[in-house]
Every structure is written in structure tokens, then in C-alpha cells.
Design a protein around this ligand. Structure first.
Ligand code: TMP
Length: 207
């Protein structure tokens, strides 16, 4: 069966680790899944990612930012995600369009209706089946990122920006409770992963 799972949340919550562990688990139970990430995940998307993350690009206008994220997304949907889902595969994506709504919408305060239209254009209307909000307070996440040496241009936005992003995720999750599952990422990696696996297993059993 095809299943499109996305992981979302503030920076530093360990989404990438959780996505990787989930894919390893699925492979071990005989269900190979494709792991990918946004922005990036294709050669063109990776070039766009470098521009977006470059600490030197301090002058980037928020509307430019959203169009670049959307360009990377259009490419990955076309090149990778849609073909795999059509072939009946499981796809696990580290961030998808909810990141645009949370960061550019709630974080920068750009109009959510316009963002949804741009996002739909980029994805052709593709929606995740299941989305995990890997949640932790913005301060904790930024502290972890700084410690891990992964600091990028978006991390460098002020704390209030990251707090708006987190609140945005709460709003998005509350608006679509059937799609979203919120997981407390202040716990150890294994505990977070066990919860994710439990939810995915139930979903797979349901078919
Ligand atoms: P990450 O891949 O390490 O999570 O970093 C990606 C950064 O880009 C992160 O700060 C979230 C941000 N982002 C947006 O602002 N909008 C988007 O649409 C996406 C996909 C990511």
C-alpha cells in the first residue's frame, strides 16, 4: 500500500533521526520505504537548499524564501514522491508544505491563503496521509542545534520567530486532527521512536 508520512516541527527536535529510524524499522519488517527531505532531496533541490541555508544570504526577502522552498518542493514531488506513491510505496519525508505554513506563514506573518495556493501549485495538491509533529520548546531546539553545529540562516531568526512557528504547528495540528499526531520530543530518542512506530503500525494495519 502507498503511504505518505511527513515529520514536522521546530528545529532541533531530532526529526531527521526519527525519520531515519522509522525507515530502518519499516525495512526490517519487510516494507522498504523511501526517506527524503525538504528542502532538497533531488539534485536541483539540493542546489536550492544551499541558497536557502547560506548564512551569507541575510538579504533574502520572505517572498523569495517561500518561492525557493516551493521550487524545491515542486521538483521533489514530481521527481521522487509522486512516482513512488503511485508505485505503491511508503514515503517518509523530513518536512513538507506544513513547514512553509508554519515558518513563512506563522513565523514571517505571510498570508496563509496565498501560501496555501502557492503550495498547492507546487505539489499539485498532494497531501500527506500522516504527519508527526515532533514537538519541543523553541529555546530547547535552538540550543540543541547550536550545540550540534548545524546552525543555518533560518535558525538565526530571533526566538520570537521560532515561538510563532511552534504555535503555528499547534494550530495546523488542531485543524486536522485525523492527519496529525503530536509527539513530545523532549523525551529520549528511543521513547519518541517507539511512539512513532506504534502509530505507523496501527495505520498500516488499518490499510
Ligand atoms: P532542516 O532541514 O535542518 O530541518 O532545515 C530546514 C530549515 O528550513 C528549517 O529551519 C525549517 C526551514 N523551512 C522553512 O522555513 N520552510 C519550508 O517550507 C521548509 C521545507 C523548511
Amino acid at each position: 500500500m502507498s503511504l505518505f508520512i511527513t515529520l514536522e516541527g521546530p528545529d532541533g527536535g531530532g526529526k531527521s533521526t526519527q525519520a531515519r529510524l522509522l525507515v530502518e524499522h519499516l525495512a526490517a519488517r519487510g516494507l522498504p520505504a523511501l526517506l527524503t527531505r525538504e528542502p532538497g532531496g533531488t539534485p536541483i533541490g539540493d542546489q536550492i537548499r544551499r541558497t536557502l541555508m547560506d548564512l551569507g544570504n541575510t538579504g533574502m526577502y520572505p517572498r523569495t524564501e517561500i518561492l525557493l522552498f516551493s521550487a524545491s518542493r515542486a521538483q521533489i514531488v514530481h521527481e521522487v514522491i509522486r512516482p513512488r506513491l503511485e508505485a505503491g510505496a511508503v514515503v517518509v519525508c523530513d518536512r513538507f508544505y506544513d513547514s512553509t505554513l508554519a515558518y513563512q506563514g506563522y513565523g514571517h506573518g505571510l498570508d496563509l491563503t496565498a501560501l496555501r495556493a502557492i503550495t498547492d501549485f507546487a505539489t499539485g495538491g498532494l497531501r500527506p496521509d500522516l504527519t508527526f509533529l515532533i514537538d519541543l520548546p523553541a529555546e530547547d531546539g535552538l540550543r540543541r542545534r547550536r550545540r550540534g553545529g548545524q546552525w543555518n540562516r533560518l535558525d538565526a531568526y530571533d526566538l520570537a520567530f521560532h515561538q510563532r512557528v511552534r504555535q503555528g504547528y499547534f494550530d495546523l495540528a488542531a485543524a486536522e486532527p485525523d492527519r496529525w499526531v503530536t509527539v513530545d520530543a523532549t523525551r529520549p530518542v528511543d521513547a519518541v521512536q517507539s511512539e512513532i512506530r506504534r502509530v505507523v503500525e496501527v495505520r498500516l494495519e488499518r490499510g
